[in-house]
Design a protein. Sequence first.
Length: 166
Amino acid sequence: MRILAALATALLLAVPSSHALAQEDGPLAALVALQPLPEPTPPDIDAVLKAQWPTYYRASGELSFGPDQVRAGRIDLDEDGKAELFLLLDSPDWATDSGGPLMVARWTNTGWEPIGWSYAQPEEVYLTTERAGGWSTIRTPAYWLRWNGKVYRATPRVVEASPQPE
């Protein structure tokens, strides 16, 4: 009977409560400052926007958008001295409950290469103190972006569960 009680206690302690899951955030290290694009749009940013959204960027029609609906920020994610690029599509036509599409990219010999995707509002993209493979973990309203060795993998953030009626 004692063994059964000990196993039950161990299982209860091993299963995190909803409150414990909600505390998963940990300390934040920095807010990623996402600012409107300058005029004229830098050629490297213009090129990646055209490559990722060829049907919609600088086009006409439904869901089209221009540089005035994009915010950008740069921050070094892997401490190599080179800043990675964050681009946020800040258009009401593309908005979801979690914000607009957010792309994280790193510079290569051929230009900016996407390495992560999420959704966010301009003031809701943070780096945490957690690192994976030397890369900062990114927190957005809906997703954690954690480095897997090649790209950022998006995993849904755990939201504190609502109390259940008894």
